[in-house]
Design a protein around this ligand. Sequence first.
Ligand SMILES: Cc1cc2nc3c(=O)[nH]c(=O)nc-3n(C[C@H](O)[C@H](O)[C@H](O)COP(=O)(O)OP(=O)(O)OC[C@H]3O[C@@H](n4cnc5c(N)ncnc54)[C@H](O)[C@@H]3O)c2cc1C
Length: 436
Amino acid sequence: MQNIFSDTYQETPFWHHNVTMPKTNQSELPKQSDICIVGAGFTGLTVALHLLEAGKSVVIFDAMKLGQSASGKNGGMIGPSLHKLGLSGLINTHGEKKALGVLQEGINAIQYFPTFLKEQNIDCELSLNGRFNGVHNQKQLEQVERKCEEFTKLDGFKYTMVAPENVQDEIGSSHYHGGVIYNLDGSIQPYKLIAALVQKIVDLGGEIYEQTPVTEIVKTSSGHQITTSRGSIKAGQTVIATNGYSKDFAPKSLTYFSKRILPLTSAMIATQELPSKTIKKLFPKNRIHGGNHRLVQYYRPSPDGKRILFGARGDDLWDRDQYNAKNLHILMCQIFPDMQQTKIDFAWHGKVAYTFDHGPHIGQQDSLFYAMGFCGSGVTRTIYLAKKLSMQILGEENFQTEFHSLNFQTKPFYNGKPWFMPFIIKWHSFMDKMNR
Ligand SMILES: Cc1cc2nc3c(=O)[nH]c(=O)nc-3n(C[C@H](O)[C@H](O)[C@H](O)COP(=O)(O)OP(=O)(O)OC[C@H]3O[C@@H](n4cnc5c(N)ncnc54)[C@H](O)[C@@H]3O)c2cc1C
């Protein structure tokens, strides 16, 4: 059997290679803080940054090392996060006005993202070259075109259809019949964004405690008493930014959230370095890429233009990088058959947070502020909703988003472990094969 792993194969995100995470405070916990944040991914760190800028004292806890959550491991692909239900599905549930409002928030998020990076002077290799999504036959091409036409009701949405004869201009593959370019989309190096946020928080006097799980949150007359593996602290207000990891470290105090989040594995590989002319041939426009699969697949060139980064939703609940990597290599070779002999240098996985209504949620539950449930599309929405949540905490106007008023659903007997997902994933995988 062919060995697809290089001699230097590592089970660590490619992004962490050659980027240094700033040092954080490892001194004793302060006795109290205006705000305590649970979770140091994009959401928690960005809320912290805005609150520090407003003059609040902020302490952030993360159970893991910085960058080990979804935020430091994702595909770095950005776009308007068009809702899984599409416009017509959302209209059926919410009516047209709300449906358009929910979708518009995705555009607001992608439009805000470069502004945020510019305001904060953050370099995380942002490139806005668009995304090519391929389809397999004429019927699918027409379906995609109809959906895109519907989305033109949104302010700022842009797309370009790609006819069969033009596919080779977009991708060095004969896998697709045609497709669509989502012109607003682009990419970043996510670990660089985490590192930049951490540096800013440290510079502003924020305290970040990594590898420090919050194990209990108790409401008090003045806010909360927070218990962590390092000791306790009093907080005036508390933010929960735990997303796909909500069940893992504080089972009792975060039950409300874990009962509403479906944590799913998403896995990625980075190939060995390839000649730049090979990457140029496969990705002639340096865009990000995906298909119309039920089991999401996403791929792109690395920012240095030397590797293919390929990701997909894991097909079971097991977190096994070698197993995932073999599957991802097969999927990559279906699109790029010439890559059969290309070896894998890096494989990794993380948890995304699905919700029962396929969208994120934000607001205040009891006394806890929260934003979570980014459904695998969180790079821009975390940054946007973190801004809105910090405005809400600071009592500013215009913090409301369309997500604030959505019911954060759970289901009877659901306890935070999606035991039924392997069956659903197998079904989607079967349907993907039928659709090709
Ligand atoms: C492999 C992969 C690829 C992805 N690709 C993309 C992509 O290309 N584009 C895109 O838009 N999105 C993508 N996503 C999704 C995106 O990364 C997430 O939506 C986003 O990073 C969520 O950020 P967050 O800060 O809300 O949560 P996270 O980054 O998951 O952070 C949550 C943090 O909470 C901490 N935590 C939980 N409980 C506790 C506790 N009790 N005490 C202390 N800390 C706690 C966890 O340790 C974790 O660090 C991908 C995700 C994965 C895993």
